[in-house]
Design a protein around this ligand. Structure first.
Ligand SMILES: Cc1cc2nc3c(=O)[nH]c(=O)nc-3n(C[C@H](O)[C@H](O)[C@H](O)COP(=O)(O)O)c2cc1C
Length: 429
């Protein structure tokens, strides 16, 4: 039996977390009653549902979410038009006090969104005064009904700097800026947040999207009494976008701030991928909406086992380990090429690989009717690997590098005699 002693605790902006797993600001962190249950399950902290100052009453649209199922896979995405907290500020602050008293070693992050400079300052101060260990500035909600808030700020970079700086002057606790993914380059707004004094960046909030349109009523979902809207998509469908932005920011030497990864995390593997690309903590919303708080048990166990296997004793030694292997596509070694390899003893004869290679790849498979098996024509294989994506037997089709002098066959044209009619001359730059 291997010794199960690894240290999952991590420091983030000088604040100690028992493990890297936090609740994201959302319905899963809406009240102390809920957060308490999450803490008991193993979560180390919470970004509480974004506070409202009560100046403008918050009314959530109804219904406020739509599931995005794809084929047999449930909730590959979630569409939501939820606003910030509709609870009275006083109730939320009382919940902060309760949680801090009962769980002093769990980290309370107050997520705030102001509607003006003054309001940012007010919400920051009142959070600190009532026990918040850190602040998260919500610059990123894609569907706030009030102009000048949410992702509108996240896209107006000077406002990010201004509001961050206002908050930093108002409080002594660390400040995280939460970024919108609804831009092309996140390093730029992150640098504005840094100029404003941000101690860390969290990303991503939801991705602006429309995941489904009702076919009977022709209203994008969720259908709010006949009206749909471009709104926030979350869940596994957005993980590639979250990983991209975290990796980009982790690579940005001018930024050099701790990162909190969010977006499509459901398992310890998702969480670990964010960490390998530079996030030191992670937050989860849709994964909990799908499976409940208990997923953290698997996250803790999976990460622990992985670290034991790799001989890594402290979780922060994992942070950013994949970054050295991340480069731009022009750095690929194109001299090295490979083909697919088939372990045909395990083939079930379904023919999916053959169909897909014919319809979408290099025409590199023949089909042996008698054996009901594919036969690879090596020099036609493009190594696109799509046959392995559709094969129902895990690991049956793998990648094999070919020797340096190996060459793929030239492309086939259907009728070479048509050359006589061809109007063509090679491009001369
Ligand atoms: C229903 C819903 C409500 C949300 N409310 C907030 C919020 O109040 N403040 C905030 O910063 N992010 C909010 N988010 C965004 C999440 O915190 C998170 O950034 C996003 O959902 C991506 O993570 P996920 O894929 O784990 O859900 C909300 C997300 C959902 C689905």
């Amino acid at each position: 039996m291997k010794d199960k002693k690894v240290d999952l605790s991590i420091e983030f902006c000088g604040v100690k977390f028992k493990n890297p797993f936090l609740l994201a600001s959302s319905p899963v962190s809406n009240s102390a009653e809920m957060v308490e249950k999450a803490y008991e399950a193993g979560w180390s902290g919470v970004a509480f549902k974004t506070l409202n100052s009560d100046r403008i009453p918050i009314i959530h649209p109804s219904p406020r979410m739509n599931s995005y199922h794809y084929g047999h896979k449930k909730l590959v995405g979630l569409q939501n038009v939820e606003q910030i907290s509709d609870r009275p500020l006083k109730d939320n602050l009382l919940d902060f006090l309760y949680l801090k008293k009962k769980y002093p070693d769990h980290v309370m992050i107050s997520s705030i969104m102001g509607f003006s400079n003054d309001e940012w300052e007010y919400l920051a101060k009142i959070s600190e005064d009532n026990g918040a260990d850190m602040l998260e500035l919500n610059f990123s909600c894609p569907h706030m009904c009030v102009e000048g808030t949410g992702h509108h700020v996240g896209k107006a970079f000077d406002l990010i700097e201004k509001f961050t700086s206002t908050v930093k002057k108002a409080v002594g606790i660390p400040v995280i800026a939460k970024m919108t993914p609804n831009i092309t380059d996140m390093t730029e707004p992150a640098l504005y947040a840094k100029n404003g004094g941000a101690d860390a960046i969290s990303a991503i909030n939801t991705v602006s999207g429309i995941s489904e349109v009702g076919l009977d009523d022709m209203v994008p979902k969720p259908n709010i009494f006949g009206i749909g809207a471009i709104s926030g998509t979350s869940g596994p469908a957005v993980k590639p976008i979250g990983l991209h932005f975290i990796a980009d920011m982790a690579k940005c030497q001018d930024l050099a701030l701790p990162l909190c990864g969010i977006g499509g995390i459901e398992t310890w593997i998702d969480a670990l991928e964010y960490m390998l690309l530079g996030a030191s903590t992670i937050q989860v919303c849709t994964g909990i909406i799908h499976y409940g708080y208990r997923i953290v048990e698997d996250m803790i166990e999976g990460l622990t086992d992985f670290m034991i296997d790799k001989g890594i004793s402290k979780v922060d030694n994992l942070v950013g380990l994949a970054l050295k292997n991340l480069d731009t596509t022009d750095k690929f070694d194109l001299e090295r090429q490979g083909v697919t390899e088939y372990d045909l003893d395990r083939c079930v004869g379904c023919g999916q690989c053959y169909i897909i290679c014919k319809d979408a790849a290099g025409q590199a498979l023949d089909w042996d009717e008698k054996l009901r098996q594919p036969k690879l024509i090596e020099d036609k294989c493009l190594s696109c690997m799509i046959c392995s994506f559709v094969c129902p037997v895990p690991g049956l089709i793998s990648f094999r590098e070919m020797p340096g002098n190996w060459q793929r066959n030239e492309t086939k044209v259907m009728d070479e005699s048509l050359e006589a009619e061809l109007k063509y001359s090679p491009y001369q730059p």
